[in-house]
Write a protein that binds this ligand. Structure first.
Ligand code: ADE
Length: 259
């Protein structure tokens, strides 16, 4: 998978060479290219933003700078007018364009799974009041797969942290990235039900007067599985009742219904 990241603060992404992400690059599973948006400016000040049309606070990132950059990364010639757009152009591309945006739908584990199957991801990090609102529509009109995601109901200073979150959540799901694939399948938000995971314990079985749940020491796998499933259902209904409401009753058995 090729991951292009565009930002006016490319140093944010120096950490990508650390830890598992660095190893995945060494193994050839991933290639990261981080670009400075200012490299696509032509004025002496390398300015990427301008005041909002219609007034208001802050600055908005100019569409022409973003489009010259993204056209280069997509390997397509610039359009002079959107009315000449060929909607088939993007259909032949294997790239997905991803823009972090606090006013977009929330990024979920399902989105991460979908992105993990892509060949090429291009993340564009907005700053200030964000990018010009025509930008996503400009690429959609050309048939490209464009996604806008928020990482949560709060506002950050820019898209860099949000992109780091999405890159980490996505790349760890690439086949061969994690040593132990089973650990991914058992995680929260995963599988058809997406329940929160049960708590985990390690040795010693008794620590400062606190004991791990007795059943986990029994060696009885069916009972342990039942205990863990009960805990997942209980925790999810307490912490995330919205997930329980969406559960498909057909995936539950009689014992689940007692919880
Ligand atoms: N940019 C600023 N805040 C953000 C958020 N919550 N999610 C995604 N991008 C953002």
């Amino acid at each position: 998978m090729l991951i292009d990241i565009v930002s006016v603060f490319p140093e944010y992404f120096d950490v990508l060479n650390l830890s598992l992400l660095g190893k995945a690059q060494d193994k050839g599973l991933l290639e990261f290219k981080v670009h400075n948006l200012r490299d696509w400016t032509h004025d002496v000040h390398h300015s990427v933003d301008d005041t909002p049309v219609g007034g208001g606070a802050g600055m908005v990132m100019k569409p022409e700078i973003w489009a010259s950059c993204l056209d280069d990364l997509l390997g397509i010639p610039p359009l002079t007018d959107i009315r000449d757009a060929d909607p088939e152009r993007g259909k032949n591309s294997n790239a997905i364009l991803v823009f972090p945006n606090p006013s977009a739908p929330t990024f979920t584990q399902n989105d991460a799974t979908e992105l993990s199957h892509a060949d090429h991801l291009i993340f564009g990090c907005g700053r200030y009041e964000g990018y010009d609102g025509r930008l996503p529509a400009y690429y959609e009109a050309q048939g490209f797969d464009v996604r806008e995601y928020s990482i949560g109901d709060y506002v950050l200073n820019g898209g860099e942290v949000a992109v780091s979150v999405m890159v980490e959540a996505t790349t760890r799901l690439i086949d061969g990235f994690m040593g132990n694939h089973a650990s991914i399948e058992e995680e929260s938000y995963t599988g058809s039900e997406g329940l929160l995971e049960h708590r985990q314990y390690t040795k010693p079985a008794s620590w400062r007067g606190m004991n791990v749940p007795e059943i986990l020491l029994s060696g009885h796998h069916a009972h342990i599985n039942r205990f863990r499933r009960d805990e997942e259902l209980r925790r999810t209904s307490e912490i995330r009742p919205d997930i329980i409401e969406k559960l498909d009753c057909r995936t539950l058995d009689k014992k689940d219904r007692k919880i």
